[in-house]
Design a protein around this ligand. Structure first.
Ligand code: OXD
Length: 309
């Protein structure tokens, strides 16, 4: 019985090492090295090559190495009948929260514009906003969204959240369902997208949604590129309805060099790095689930196939 790690970046070896130092008895392989595919029971995946899971006939369990699982559902040959788990990790949530806080403060205090002015030796104070005056809307109140919402409320922002169903969170105004989406948007000076990417949320950040935001609203997308209609964002920035955006995720990653976002001054881009699974923090839950799978026990952090997250 063994585990295969399938991902296309340079992190396979560090994951393998972390798994084996947590439990030296584990048989773990990179999908790129020689191994007996019939013996593999668990695939640990992050944006695996489409079709690669078909090579493992005896898989019994699929685990995402991140919080998201959309890439698994995008592979038409993925064995979706198997149990699928995702990462739910306090450190991942804290990292996301710190990233969003940094972006919002950067925006409120106009720091980006000072950096640009510095390169041109321009001395030009710009008006700034205060935390207490800013209403932040969190689109998606899952594990990450809840952490972000609670931390922003603690710092003094007026925070509201939108989700499928109402959530009882201290100091956070809750909105739910399609009927309450517009009132939620109307009161969001800064909108943070932390939704899972599903059929229902693909393209949700579009012109209709932007039109409901207050004039000069600011957008932060740290969820998935598929949530955003890129052209609609550019249009709303050009007509000065949206004052700017911070984006960490894109339809295609790395973002192609000819994409217009690269040249849009109002957009601050980060390379899908807001919050990254830390092997030390995440490996224990992965090993625990592997052992539970072997013992026939229910797994933690199971994904709902109906909901797609
Ligand atoms: C994740 C991510 O889903 O990094 O964990 O996007």
């Amino acid at each position: 019985m063994s585990i295969v790690i399938i991902r296309q970046d340079d992190k396979i070896e560090s994951w393998k090492k972390a798994l084996q130092s947590h439990d030296a008895t584990l048989e773990v392989y990179s999908y790129l090295e020689p191994h007996d595919k019939e013996k593999v029971e668990m695939a640990l995946v992050w944006k695996h090559p489409i079709g690669s899971l078909k090579k493992y006939p005896n898989l019994v369990y699929l685990a995402s190495m991140g919080a998201g699982v959309d890439f698994i559902f995008e592979d038409p040959s993925a064995p979706l009948a198997l149990p699928i788990t995702r990462v739910v990790d306090r450190q991942l949530a804290i990292d996301m929260s710190e990233h969003v806080l940094a972006l919002i403060l950067n925006y409120l205090k106009g720091l980006d514009s000072y950096k640009v002015n510095q390169t041109k030796k321009i001395w030009k104070p710009v008006p700034y906003k205060r935390i207490a005056d800013v209403r932040v809307g969190i689109l998606g109140l899952g594990v990450l969204g809840t952490q972000v919402a609670q931390d922003l409320a603690k710092v003094g922002f007026q925070v509201q959240g939108w989700a499928h169903s109402h959530k009882e969170l201290q100091n956070i105004k809750s909105y739910a369902g399609n009927n309450e989406l517009n009132p939620f948007l109307n009161g969001s000076d800064v909108l943070v997208c932390l939704l899972p990417l599903t059929e229902a949320t693909t393209g949700i950040l579009n012109q209709h949604l932007f039109a409901q935001l207050p004039k000069n609203a600011y957008l932060i997308n740290v969820a998935r590129g598929g949530h955003l209609v890129d052209q609609d964002l550019q249009d709303f920035i050009h007509k000065q309805h949206i004052s700017g955006a911070s984006l960490d995720v894109y339809h295609e990653e790395p973002l192609p060099k000819d994409h217009f976002f690269w040249n849009l001054d109002e957009v601050l881009m980060t390379p899908h790095h807001a919050s990254v699974s830390d092997t030390n923090s995440v490996v224990p839950q992965i090993v625990e689930n592997y052992k539970r799978m072997q013992a026939g026990l229910p797994l933690f952090h199971l994904v709902s196939k109906n909901k797609g997250y």
